[in-house]
Design a protein around this ligand. Structure first.
Ligand code: NAD
Ligand code: DAU
Length: 350
């Protein structure tokens, strides 16, 4: 029986990965290790919380003693590491938290794994979930491949780039089995509403201004979160040690076009006049150091491991909007308390 620690399993992507592994592999023992920061929410996993192959452990990956004793007690066979501070805007106001969790936390896990797995590196695996933002920004043409040089611009992407380098260093120096994937922007259910898509859905629904940074011309490459979770499953089980895979949906959207599409979908679903929601679009001060364009070339993953996205963006976005409209209580719970403070600070009381 494989015992896998999934870090950050109470967050957006982590909860989809945990659900997929718990349901698909009843013979695996899945431990969800999460600190439950503002972004972590056990409500994301209500449907599987009583499954016999699932356990939740609350803990901080920055706490070295805790991480060492966790490995001593649990003796896991693998780690799938998603825990991170993940929001670029927060990294601009509080970079140190990103260094602590994303860099120090990752190195703590690597160290504990290195000690605990000595003598059986060939039977263990450290899977590091990273981002396309480590590659920096693109102009009008081109795509990020696995060979693109790292060129991070935000404190968030710099911290993720650093953690990727540490993972490779542990593979190269100690011979540990490590794999990394770098994925583009995800969307779907349980996405915390500080990020563009859920924030826009929430604001449109509430008839509040929809903040668009700069001129709305920045481009992101969107992937349905359940397709990311499936890619992680495929890579975890099939990649050779030391490999890196880019994951993406071949689905580039200018922010303003995406927001207009969401407005159209919501006009229909909320029974509004055509164009009513789009009146909420409000251009606000641009993000500092705002990367212009991301685009992922996921050819390696397709050719070597056979992964391709399962649904179109239009289908995925509609499903996502339906989920947010049907899960008002989840949205109300996560947007109460500290979210209000954050929102006021970020958008100048709008
Ligand atoms: P998220 O912010 O929704 O969730 C992060 C989770 O990590 C939360 O549950 C939080 O409680 C937990 N966490 C934070 N600090 C912790 C600590 N010190 N110890 C233990 N747990 C801690 O993030 P997400 O969007 O689900 O992203 C998950 C991972 O995927 C991150 O590593 C991120 O860099 C990467 N990623 C995200 C995207 C995206 O579009 N969201 C795309 C590519 C890669
Ligand atoms: O590319 C992968 C990355 O995608 C992940 O590594 C990050 O964890 C994840 O947060 C995401 O980063 P982005 O910065 O691209 O996502 P965000 O949803 O914050 O912003 C998407 C785009 O929308 C970006 O160009 C900034 C813009 N934006 C964002 C917000 C929150 C706005 O115009 N208005 C907003 O209010």
């Amino acid at each position: 029986m494989q015992k896998i620690i999934i870090t950050g399993g109470a967050g957006f992507i982590g909860s989809h990965v945990v659900r997929r592994f718990v349901k698909t592999y009843p013979n695996y023992n899945i431990i969800n290790l999460d600190k439950l920061t503002y972004a972590g929410n056990l409500e994301n996993l209500r449907d599987i919380e009583n499954e016999p192959n699932y356990r939740f452990i609350k803990g901080d990956i920055v706490d070295l003693e805790f991480i060492n004793s966790l490995f001593d007690n649990e003796k896991p066979d693998a780690v799938i590491h998603l825990a991170a501070e993940s929001h670029v805007d927060r990294s601009i106001s509080s970079p140190l938290e990103f260094v602590m969790t994303n860099v120090v936390g990752t190195v703590n896990l690597l160290n504990a794994a290195r000690q605990s797995w000595k003598g059986r590196y060939d039977q263990t695996r450290f899977y590091h979930v990273s981002t396309d933002e480590v590659y920096g920004t693109l102009g009008e043409d081109g795509m990020f491949t696995e060979e693109t040089a790292y060129d991070p611009h935000s404190p968030y992407s710099a911290s993720k780039a650093s953690s990727d380098h540490f993972v490779r260093a542990y593979q190269d120096t100690y011979g540990m089995d490590a794999v990394i994937s770098n994925c583009s922007n995800n969307y779907g259910s349980f996405h915390f509403p500080e990020k563009l898509i859920p924030l826009a859905i929430h604001n449109i629904k509430q008839n509040k201004p929809v903040p668009v940074y700069g001129k709305g011309e920045n481009i992101r490459d969107w992937l349905w979160v359940e397709d990311h979770a499936r890619a992680i499953d495929v890579i975890f089980h099939n990649a050779k040690a030391g490999q890196t895979y880019n994951i993406g949906g071949h689905n580039e959207w200018k922010n303003i076009d995406l927001i207009n599409l969401l407005c159209t979908i919501l006009d229909k679903k909320l029974g509004r006049e055509v164009g009513e929601s789009a009146r909420l679009i409000t251009y606000v001060t641009d993000r500092a150091g705002h990367d212009l364009r991301y685009a992922i070339d996921a050819t390696k993953l397709k050719n070597e491991l056979g992964w391709v996205p399962s649904i179109t963006f239009e289908e995925g976005l509609e499903k996502t909007v339906d989920w947010y409209l049907a899960n008002e209580e989840w949205l109300t719970n996560v947007t109460s308390g500290s979210y209000q403070q954050y929102y006021k600070g970020q958008y100048n009381n709008r």
